[in-house]
Design a binder for this molecule. Structure first.
Ligand code: ADP
Ligand code: MG
Length: 457
């Protein structure tokens, strides 16, 4: 028997009333409010969840509670079935394409299912722009609009891990696919390319392999540094590259370093990588990190206060994947501990991250030395009573970093800086924190020193 949506909603509301009694208010708002009943048939209540992450979280943490609740409200046989509203990660763009094939000297159109292996969640729309990626992003957009028609061929994107290379090159593929549905676009990791090739060799199908790759309009290969030392793969990639390029087909590559620094890749390939355009992605600055956190948290259905976003952005400087991880950690912690998401909770979560484990080992003296070196001020003056402006400023920066990067108490930090009071440390921290938010130059200075210190841990 089918029920109307109104009936499904009624049943779900009854369930919610029960669930609300068993979970924290925060968990209720975060995990249950966004769920939408979409139907009830027989004994199954159908519920939409906003995205894959949500689904996995609910499955692993509240499955029992939800199942017990529907059984209680509907009947003993009742179940809940979740549907993810957005495409789940594993679903790739399958597109039917017509390709010309010659069979018995007769040309005919054959329908072929072509899997571009792209993940739809990576778009230009949700790629936050910052100083760190501005150039890479704009050439990527240009390539998506005119694949093979610009001088950016190959487009070579490089940068450290977790900074958005995969996102960007997949966004090119997704955008091009929307603009040119007939084009054959393929995204592969260099490992997949290598594995497919090895597989083809063992099955005596290297011809098919080559024909397939050389028939593409856009070939995107991720993390090509892993071609290092794989001579056979390099050889076949070299020929694929040449064939595609001669036909003005677009090639997009990513790597963790620029072509000239690649090891174990022959010169003839390296020089081809330099034919087109090379763009790097740098580490995002504070503002970009904050913008990314804001964007991601909204996507995850959390609305976080600016203070929390800024706290996370200030403390997580390694990469964007870690930034995302901190949000997931925060959401998880809040749900498990029944605590609302506050700045204190954010601090707790950050304390437990890998960086915090390491930061115990950083000493205040190390920070003073780094700050002194950066500003050209002897450490002894940082601990002195002098109020000369540039010295007072450097001292405040050192105090700020001591509070941010070590676990020493305000009292200890104050004492180490020539026997100052803990309130002086609080004041210094606040002053620098405000400056960082307002003044890009100060932010860069502090970040440079911070990076140097991080490399010492
Ligand atoms: P890489 O391939 O360089 O290691 P990824 O592309 O996998 O990095 O990015 C890591 C995570 O950070 C992904 O979830 C990605 O969506 C996200 N990310 C990276 N850069 C941005 C950006 N500019 N805006 C929004 N999300 C980003
Ligand atoms: Mg990647």
């Amino acid at each position: 028997m089918e029920y109307t949506i109104a009936e499904a909603t009624l049943v779900w509301e009854k369930c919610l009333n029960l669930i609300e009694k068993s979970v924290s208010p925060q968990a209720f708002v975060t995990w249950f409010k966004p769920l939408k009943p979409i139907g009830l048939s027989e004994n199954i209540l159908y519920i939409d969840v906003p995205h894959q992450f949500f689904f996995e979280w609910i499955e692993s943490h509240f499955k029992q509670l939800i199942n017990d609740t529907v059984k209680n409200i509907v009947d003993n046989e009742a179940e809940i079935s979740f549907r993810v509203m957005e495409p789940i990660e594993e679903i790739t763009n399958q597109k039917e394409l017509f390709v010309q094939q010659e069979t018995n000297h007769e040309r005919k159109l054959v329908q072929e299912t072509f899997d571009s292996n792209l993940n739809q969640k990576y778009t230009f729309d949700n790629y936050v722009m910052g100083d760190n990626n501005q150039m890479a992003r704009s050439v990527a957009i240009a390539v998506a609009k005119q694949p093979g028609q610009t001088s950016f061929n190959p487009l070579f994107i490089y940068g450290d891990v977790g900074l958005g290379k995969t996102h960007l090159i997949q966004a090119v593929g997704n955008e091009a696919k929307t603009l040119f549905p007939e084009k054959r676009i393929l995204y592969v990791s260099s490992e997949k390319f290598t594995n497919d090739f090895t597989d083809a060799i063992s099955k005596n199908k290297t011809n098919e392999f080559s024909t397939f790759y050389r028939s593409l309009d856009i070939l995107i290969v991720d993390d090509i540094q892993f071609f290092s030392g794989k001579e056979k793969t390099q050889e076949t990639f070299f020929h694929t590259f040449n064939t595609l390029q001669q036909q003005n087909k677009q090639i997009i590559l990513s790597s963790d370093k620029p072509p000239k620094d690649l090891k174990g890749i022959p010169e003839r390939l390296v020089s081809r990588f330099q034919w087109g355009l090379i763009a790097d992605i740098q580490h995002p600055d504070f503002e970009t990190r904050t913008a990314i956190l804001k964007r991601k948290s909204e996507y995850m259905g959390m609305s976080l206060e600016a203070e929390i976003l800024e706290f996370l952005a200030l403390n997580i400087t390694s990469n964007i994947r870690e930034l995302e991880g901190s949000l997931v950690g925060l959401l998880a912690e809040s749900s498990i501990s029944f605590k609302p998401i506050t700045i204190e909770l954010a601090k707790d979560v950050i304390e437990r991250t890998a960086f915090s484990q390491k930061r115990k080992s950083l000493s205040i003296e190390q920070i003073q030395t780094a700050v002194g070196e950066y500003y050209g001020i002897p450490v002894i003056l940082l601990n002195d009573k002098t109020r000369r402006q540039e010295i007072a400023f450097a001292r405040q920066v050192a105090m700020f970093l001591s509070k941010e990067m070590t676990k020493f108490s305000l009292k200890t930090i104050g004492l180490t800086f020539g026997g100052r009071d803990h309130s002086t440390v609080i004041h210094a921290h606040k002053a620098i924190y405000e400056l960082i938010k307002e003044n890009g130059a100060v932010m860069n200075e502090v970040n440079t020193i911070r990076k140097k210190l991080e490399s010492q841990i």
